[in-house]
Design a protein around this ligand. Structure first.
Ligand SMILES: [Zn+2]
Length: 61
């Protein structure tokens, strides 16, 4: 199973994307109302085992 994810830099954590602004745990990775191609580049589809944010993964278990 793969999920769309974004990486938070400080501390480095991989989150699952919920919508165009937020991750599942509530981290805001995109502050803007618009969603551009640049934002799309931030999103990587990876396996759930590689996701390092516990709050995000626990929502799916
Ligand atoms: Zn998270």
């Amino acid at each position: 199973m793969v999920y769309p994810t974004v990486t938070d830099k400080d501390p480095e954590k991989i989150h699952i994307v919920k919508d165009q602004n937020y991750t599942v745990c509530g981290y805001c990775y995109n502050k803007f109302a618009t969603f551009t191609k640049e934002d799309l580049k931030k999103i990587h589809f990876i396996k759930v085992e590689k996701i390092t944010c516990n709050s995000c993964t626990s929502s799916f278990s």
